[in-house]
Design a protein. Structure first.
Lengths: 205, 75
């Protein structure tokens, strides 16, 4: 990791110096104050400059890659990791053999990996971004399945005039159901119960 | 398997140097005992054990190849 030590009359001045030296934006620097500035007598005698160490922060993509490749390696899974950054989220695509193992039953393992990666990578960052991990289009296929399910059940509710409670889903999947039926003319949706058993209910408007 | 648990735990806690893992290998199962600093307990367990569950899920997937049952215990 690249880092420099700089001095200045004030901490601010030292930081600006580091920014200039490293040629990196200030937001991408981690600043550690090594010595507070001391004003000398009459501003001349016995004064001491501020001293800081500025370190270039690792990009979130680098951190994700580092973390995931180590986890997968320890799991004994060989996979290629492709990361693309979007506005508010980061898409991680895994490819290789054995992806069935990475997905798990109903995406259980994939969700666990995604959850842990989000926690581990965002722990030390203030530019929190949602990380989505996918492999073999699992998530888009699952989304398609959920949308179809939502529509089918909405029709049933409309026909039978009875509410339907879906099986427990994670927030991401529940959101898909809600958004699919958002503008439905006859039914409305809400969630009930506590995590991790929170369920979507579809009822007549 | 212990290494995997250790690495994940260390990435989540504030005191990674206080993470320790003990692996007890039995005939059909492997028990992994995970120990973290008391103030980091929440970081590996999570609300309603959500983090602990995710760790177990990942370890379970990794253990499929070994054909053994893996139990992760946080102590």
């Amino acid at each position: 990791m690249k880092s420099v030590e700089t001095t200045g009359k004030t901490i601010e001045e030292a930081i600006l110096m580091a920014v200039a030296k490293l040629g990196v934006q200030r937001d991408n620097l981690e600043i550690e104050v090594l010595e507070q500035p001391v004003k000398g007598l009459f501003g001349i005698i016995g004064g001491r400059d501020a001293r800081i160490r500025a370190t270039v922060k690792k990009s979130i993509k680098d951190e994700i890659k580092e973390f995931l490749s180590r986890v997968l390696e320890l799991m004994g899974i060989e996979a290629r990791i492709e990361i693309t950054e979007e506005k508010s989220q980061i898409m991680v695509k895994l490819s290789g053999q054995n992806m069935g193992l990475v997905i798990g039953r109903r995406g259980e393992t994939l969700d666990a990996l995604q959850y842990i990666t989000n926690l581990a990578v965002n722990k030390s960052r203030n530019d929190c971004k949602r990380i989505i991990i996918d492999t073999e289009e699992y998530r888009s296929k699952r989304e398609e399945t959920l949308r179809k399910l939502a529509k089918r059940l909405a029709n049933k509710v409309q026909r039978t005039k009875k509410s339907i409670v879906l099986e427990p889903m994670n927030p991401y999947e529940r959101r898909i159901i809600h958004s699919t039926l958002q503008n439905h003319p006859y039914v409305t949706t809400y969630s009930e119960g506590e995590e991790p058993y929170r369920k979507v209910v579809i009822k007549l408007k | 398997m212990g290494e995997l648990v250790k690495f994940i735990a260390q990435s989540l806690v504030d005191n990674p140097d206080q993470v320790s893992v003990n692996e007890v290998r039995g005939e059909q199962s492997i028990i992994i005992e995970l120990k973290v600093a008391p103030e980091d307990m929440g970081k590996v367990i999570g609300k309603q054990g959500r983090i602990a569950k995710a760790i177990r899920t990942i370890v379970k997937a990794a253990a499929v190849k070994e054909g053994k049952k893996v139990i992760v215990e946080i102590i």
